[in-house]
Design a protein around this ligand. Structure first.
Ligand SMILES: C[S@@+](CC[C@H](N)C(=O)[O-])C[C@H]1O[C@@H](n2cnc3c(N)ncnc32)[C@H](O)[C@@H]1O
Length: 185
């Protein structure tokens, strides 16, 4: 499976531009899947275009575990969450590239958002296995990849890795400019 280079930190600023909302609205995308009290896992949050909405939706009793390899992304994400009054429910962690390091989170996660990140990971199969281990039975993982960077064949290879980890495809939502899959554990 092809691995693309890690998104440079400065692109993080472009990805949080509010104009992105005109085509890709986090609230509309996440509303059917994320509710109060949930534990949500978000690998590769960048500066948090989706994380802020996730944190709003899980409410004060929920938690968003956001894992990134770049501290600059996480620092900016935390500042944005603090400004929005949502830092209390955000667990932002710096992780090594090869593993999400999810010790102690077995079968704890209600929902995973993998937005524009799996193509940057060194081992998609390992990612899906780790995610499945952390997810509750029946929990869903929403996978999206940008059509501009990830070919249909590469996306199919990611779906193959997800299937090997035991995920079942459900009817995915539409999301502009993206390959999308909704995967159930
Ligand atoms: C293209 S950005 C997407 C950011 C965000 N999900 C969005 O859609 O706006 C990819 C993010 O994944 C992070 N990333 C890359 N490799 C990673 C890895 N092995 N583990 C965790 N995060 C990673 C990058 O640092 C970057 O923040």
């Amino acid at each position: 499976m092809a691995q693309h280079r890690v998104c440079p930190w400065w692109l993080g600023y472009i990805l949080i531009n509010p104009l992105r909302r005109l085509r890709q609205d986090p609230a509309k995308l996440l509303a059917p899947y994320v509710r109060q009290g949930m534990i949500v896992l978000e690998p590769g949050p960048g500066m948090g275009f989706f994380t802020i909405e996730l944190a709003r939706r899980v409410g004060p009793s929920g938690r968003v575990v956001a894992l990134d390899v770049q501290d600059r992304m996480l620092q900016r994400l935390k500042r944005r969450a603090a400004r929005a009054g949502l830092l209390d429910r955000l667990d932002a962690r710096l992780v090594p590239p090869h593993s999400m390091d999810l010790k102690g989170m077995d079968a704890a996660v209600d929902f995973v958002l993998a937005m524009y990140v799996v193509h940057e990971l060194p081992d998609a199969r390992r990612f899906f296995l780790e995610a499945a281990g952390a997810m509750k039975p029946g929990a869903c993982l929403l996978l999206a990849e940008p059509k501009t960077y990830v070919s249909r064949e590469e996306f199919e290879a990611e779906l193959g890795a997800a299937a090997q980890a035991g995920f079942q495809p459900l009817e995915p939502p539409a999301f502009a400019g993206s390959h999308v899959a909704l995967l159930k554990k």
